[in-house]
Design a protein around this ligand. Structure first.
Ligand code: PBG
Ligand code: ZN
Length: 326
């Protein structure tokens, strides 16, 4: 009888020895939504367990994260006022610049990454300056303000910058701006392959960034395209990206594998808001074993080729990994 495969599955010990992929708390980046004001903490209805917080509460959150072994965060800002060009992101006292300074002052070891985009800051909710003639976003006008936003974060002390707006040429523009001001050691994690996905729905509640008209299909990628997905990431590598990303994650693991096999750069997946909420609401309805489905999902991201994972589940994952150790 042919028993080759079952010999290495007979008990937990031998299964551990033959395990090819592992999930580690150090793989995770936790997103935070930061709003202006004091003592604010508001749960996002479409993302149970995730909150918009003012900076004072973010500092409390950082302590909790560190206790869980999580030391990498991704910041999104929700400004008080929005306008057509996203001015709220373009001054040195922007909500994110303030947050970076306060976090780094108290938690210098917290690795702070900022999402670089304008959809949270524009009154129309698009990711840059509008080109009204074409009912779209003006690529080159947006590049100018992206570079300014990057420098504001850099000067505030950010550890890594993650441009998510999908403007052509953004990585080259940001790299040149950073280098010219002496920030040669500040890495760029590009949202290099980012699809125009309905899975971002709950995020747009969280970040108050839903476009007021149209959609993002003139700058984000078509989910139908595999070759273009690869080309997007390779282009950002050529422009100087330090880390590549695939977003969303779950339905796009073929793309993760393809990029993993075509680039030597580290690769991140963004386990997006809609993916989070699907599991949460399924768990609340009592139809899945949440902890097991969650850990299986993370393991599969890594097996597909992800080196790191941005996830709203990061705190729960850290807790589960801690339990298994003890
Ligand atoms: C901003 C941005 C978005 C997400 C991350 N950065 C929203 C979008 O592009 O519409 C989505 C994250 C998520 O769904 O969790 N451009
Ligand atoms: Zn955006």
């Amino acid at each position: 009888m042919f028993k080759r495969f079952r010999r290495l599955r007979v008990n937990q010990a031998v299964r551990e020895l033959s395990e090819e992929t592992r999930v580690d708390v150090r793989d995770f980046i936790y997103p935070l939504f930061i709003k202006e004001g004091k003592n604010a903490k508001k749960e996002i209805a479409s993302m149970p367990g995730i909150f918009q917080m003012s900076i004072d509460n973010v500092l409390i959150e950082c302590r909790e994260l560190k206790e869980l072994g999580l030391n990498k965060i991704l910041l999104f800002g929700i400004p008080e006022v929005k306008d057509s060009i996203g001015s709220g992101a373009l001054c040195e006292h922007s909500i994110i610049a303030e947050a970076i300074r306060e976090i780094k002052k108290i938690y210098p070891d917290m690795y702070v990454i900022t999402d670089l985009c304008f959809c949270e800051y524009t009154d129309h909710g698009h990711c840059g300056i509008l080109d009204l003639e074409h009912n779209s976003v003006d690529n080159d006008a947006t590049l100018e303000i992206i570079a300014r936003q990057a420098l504001i974060h850099a000067k505030a002390g950010v550890d890594m910058i993650a441009p998510s707006g999908m403007m052509d040429g953004a990585i080259k523009t940001i790299r040149e701006a950073l280098d010219s001001e002496g920030f040669v050691n500040l890495p760029i994690m590009s949202y290099s392959t980012k699809f125009a996905s309905a899975y971002y729905g709950p995020f747009r509640d969280a970040a108050e960034s839903a476009p007021s008209f149209g959609d993002r299909k003139s700058y984000q990628m078509n989910p139908a395209n595999r070759r273009e997905a690869l080309a997007e990431s390779l282009e950002d590598e050529a422009q100087g990206a330090d880390i590549l990303m695939v977003k969303p994650a779950l339905a796009y693991l073929d793309i993760v594998r393809e990029i993993r096999d075509s680039s030597l750069l580290p690769l991140c997946v963004y386990n997006v808001s809609g993916e989070y909420s699907m599991l949460k609401f399924a768990a609340n309805a009592g139809v899945i074993d949440y902890d097991k489905v969650l850990m299986e999902t993370m393991l599969c991201f890594k097996r597909a080729g992800a080196d790191m994972i941005i996830s709203y589940h990061a705190k729960e994952i850290a807790q589960l990994l801690g339990k298994n150790k003890g």
